[in-house]
Design a protein around this ligand. Structure first.
Ligand SMILES: Nc1ncnc2c1ncn2[C@@H]1O[C@H](COP(=O)(O)OP(=O)(O)OP(=O)(O)O)[C@@H](O)[C@H]1O
Ligand SMILES: [Mg+2]
Length: 374
C-alpha cells in the first residue's frame, strides 16, 4: 500500500511535510509492538493516529480499547485497567476483567496519560517493562498481551519537572514520539481538509454546497484554529448545515470562528480581530493566581504539619466569597470560570474541562466542591 492509499484508508488528510513524515512513521512502527506516545494540542488528530497504528498493526483483528485516563475517578482507575477480584473493595460485587484483559491480543489506547494518578503510573511502568500486572485484590501475576499507545495534550517533560509524572515512565513511553503540529503551523493541510470536511458533511446531510467566496476562503486560511482540526470540522459542519448550503462569504464565515469579530474598514474589507483577547488574558491571570494560591496553601500546610503535605490543598480551609475589599476571592473567580465554561458548552463537562485546561476528573471534583450541579 502506498502512502496516499494509507492516508485514504485511515482518514488522515494532509499534504504538509509534517503530516507526510508522520504517516511514514506510523507505517514504519505500526507492525511492531513498540510503545508509542502521541502528543499534540487538543484536536490535532491524536486519536486518528492511534487508530491508524492499530489498524496497520498485526493486532488489527483484535480490539483497540480506549481508556480516557482523565475521566475515570482516581479510585477506580486501577480496577478499570487491571480488573478486580470479587470483594476487593466495597462495590466490587463481581469479579471483573480490566481493559488489559479485554484488549488481549489487541491495543490499549491510554488517552490523556498525563492525568494518570501517580500510584497507577508505577503499575503501568511494570506492565511496560515486563508485561506483568495483577488484578486489584489478587496477588496472582498476569501477563498482558497488548500494544500500548498513549496520548496527551500536555507537555510531559513539564509534568515530569513538576513531579506530577514519573520520569522513568516518561522515558519508557517516549521511545517513539509522534508529535502532531498545531493546524496553524501546517496551513498547507487546510485546503484538502476543508474539502474533505465539506464533502463529508454534505454527503451525510444531503446538502448541495454552493462553495465559499474568495474572501471567505482567505479567512479560513488565515484563521488561527486554536481548536485545530476539531474546530475546523465543527465550523464546516455548522456553516453548511445552518446556512443551508448556500454560498458563504467572509462575513458569514467569521460568525462561525471562535472569539472573532469583524471590523469593517474603509475599504469595506472585513478585518478579523480577536475580540476575546482581553477575556483570555483575564483568564490567564486568574489561572496563574489560582496556581499561586494552591502553592501557598501547600506551603502553609507544610510549615504547620511537616511531613504531611500530600493532601494540603484539599485539607486547607476555604475562603469563599468576597475578600472584604469588594474584590472576588480566588475561589469565587474559579467558581465563576467554571460556571462560564459550563455555560459556554451547554453543560458538556468534557468540553468545559478542555477549555479550562483541567482534567474532567478535577472538574467533577470542583463542581461538587462548589455545589454547582447535583
Ligand atoms: N489528519 C486528519 N484528517 C482528517 N480528519 C482528521 C485528521 N486529524 C484529525 N481529524 C479529525 O479531527 C477531529 C479531532 O481529532 P482527534 O479526536 O483525533 O483529536 P485529538 O488530538 O485526539 O484531540 P483531543 O486532545 O482533544 O482528544 C476528529 O473528528 C478527527 O476525525
Ligand atoms: Mg483525543
Amino acid at each position: 500500500m502506498d502512502r496516499a492509499e494509507f492516508q485514504r484508508r485511515n482518514g488522515i488528510i494532509g499534504r504538509s511535510p509534517e503530516i507526510l513524515e508522520i504517516v511514514d512513521t506510523i507505517r514504519q512502527v505500526a507492525p511492531t509492538d513498540i510503545t508509542i506516545l502521541v502528543t499534540g494540542e487538543s484536536g490535532t488528530g491524536k486519536e486518528v493516529v492511534a487508530r491508524a497504528i492499530h489498524a496497520a498493526s498485526r493486532r488489527s483483528e483484535r480490539p483497540m480499547v480506549t481508556v480516557n485516563c482523565g475521566a475515570i475517578p482516581e479510585g477506580l482507575i486501577e480496577s478499570e485497567l487491571f480488573g478486580h477480584e470479587r470483594g476487593s473493595f466495597t462495590s466490587a460485587v463481581e469479579q471483573r476483567k480490566g481493559y488489559f484483559e479485554v484488549a488481549d491480543g489487541g491495543t490499549v489506547f491510554l488517552d490523556e496519560i498525563g492525568e494518570m494518578p501517580a500510584a497507577t503510573q508505577v503499575k503501568l511502568l511494570r506492565v511496560l517493562e515486563n508485561g506483568e500486572y495483577s488484578r486489584v485484590g489478587s496477588s496472582q501475576v498476569r501477563t498482558a498481551n497488548v500494544r500500548i499507545v498513549a496520548a496527551t495534550n500536555r507537555t510531559l517533560e513539564y509534568e515530569v519537572q513538576q513531579k506530577r509524572f514519573r520520569s522513568d515512565l516518561y522515558f519508557r513511553l517516549r521511545s517513539v514520539n509522534i508529535h502532531l503540529p498545531a493546524l496553524r503551523n501546517r496551513r498547507e493541510d487546510l485546503p484538502p481538509l476543508v474539502d474533505h470536511f465539506v464533502q463529508e458533511v454534505s454527503a451525510k446531510n444531503g446538502i448541495r454546497f454552493a462553495g465559499f467566496t474568495n474572501d471567505a476562503t482567505a479567512l479560513l486560511m488565515d484563521y488561527d484554529w486554536p481548536g485545530n482540526l476539531r474546530e475546523l470540522k465543527n465550523a464546516v459542519e455548522s456553516m453548511l448545515i445552518l446556512e443551508n448550503g448556500k454560498r458563504l462569504d467572509a462575513g458569514t464565515v467569521q460568525k462561525y470562528l471562535k472569539g472573532r469579530t469583524t471590523v469593517v474598514t474603509e475599504r469595506n474589507l472585513p478585518v478579523v480581530t480577536n475580540k476575546s483577547v482581553e477575556q483570555a488574558e483575564r483568564e490567564l491571570i486568574y489561572r496563574a493566581l489560582l496556581d499561586i494560591k494552591s502553592n501557598l496553601i501547600e506551603l502553609k500546610d507544610l510549615l504547620n504539619h511537616p511531613g504531611t503535605a500530600e493532601t494540603a490543598t484539599e485539607a486547607a480551609p476555604r475562603n469563599n466569597g468576597s475578600n472584604g475589599n469588594g474584590n472576588l476571592s480566588l475561589d469565587e473567580m474559579e467558581r465563576k470560570m467554571i460556571l462560564t465554561a459550563l455555560e459556554r458548552h451547554s453543560g458538556n463537562r468534557r468540553l468545559a474541562a478542555r477549555d479550562l485546561n483541567i482534567s474532567e476528573r478535577t472538574l467533577y471534583r470542583k463542581i461538587k466542591e462548589y455545589g454547582l450541579q447535583e
